[in-house]
Ligand binder design. Sequence first.
Ligand SMILES: [Zn+2]
Length: 368
Amino acid sequence: MGIKFDILAKDGQARAGVLQTDHGEVHTPTMTVNFTLALLRSGLSPNQLQALGVEMILVNTLHTMMESRQQAPDIHQQLGWSGPIFADSGGFQMVSLAKKMRVEKDGIKFTWDEQEYKITSAEVVGWQKKMGVDIIMPLDRVWHLRVKNPLAYFLSVLTTEKWFNESTGISPNIFYILQGGLSKWARILSLKFANQHLAAGIAGVAIGGLAFGEARPKMYRMIEFCTQRLPENKPRHLLGVGQPVDLLESIERGIDTFDCVSYTREARHGRLLTKHGYLRLKRSEYTNDTSMIEEGCDCPTCKAGISRAELRAGMKSLDPDIRQRTLINLMLHNIRFTLHLMEYAREAIQAGKFQEFKQEFLISFRAQ
Ligand SMILES: [Zn+2]
């Protein structure tokens, strides 16, 4: 069937919608949660994610390719997740291997576990199709924003377009990835390609090439620059953005879905999201603190009454099992917080009160 997207309400540029896939509905705006075999093995179950309100998970294309090598798994079956699945493009992971990576005409060569591999754009999309993901992300050419040469941005746009054409043709569940960094001219070219493919029937658009540490106002302006030049009726994803403030600023500018691993990375460092900003569990003031991470939070960790002191001790435990269990408890809280924020945002858009909601949240969140 592919993807169907309906906008239920708009407030300014912010949209509340429903994304329909072969594996169920996703209410937007929302955050997809990165779910891997490693997480499954470490004790995080699909049921737990569902209970948190997760409607769509993200799988990492490059990791599944490296884990399964020859045979693409039926990804719904492998992860035990029956809902919608979104794939990442693999491009960003390859960039993070940058020193050992080389871009070739039809794909990327890189070193993994001391071995050299080459993956073409056609293989990335072919693999995602075989896995049966609901949303396909083609291989894109990512460029760090620290590269100052504007030609690099044009090259990233042109390579991404070339790879898109080589990978698939038009498919009703593929997204096009916009590149172009902070260069408006490169973005205009990328948007031109995207709009052609959208008109031909692809599912949606992802904005890539941002959130590499640029000043936030620059990122927000570029998001708006893109969303203003995209059709209303297609879903818009923002790659790699997940901080609460950025989520709300991006929703305000017309973004529908997000993916980011920041909430798990933060959990690993004992940084927990609360309405009053980050709670840094490593601080000694929490050693004997018997209160929950956040009063009134409906995540499984807070509901089970696990205290800050207990979690802090768990993080520092010498027993790896306890540390792992603690990490999952911290992640559950951060994921739930983020999804709750998305639910509130959706309600606020539907009530025509997104601005008030955003201001109120930011005042409280930054108060600390
Ligand atoms: Zn909680």
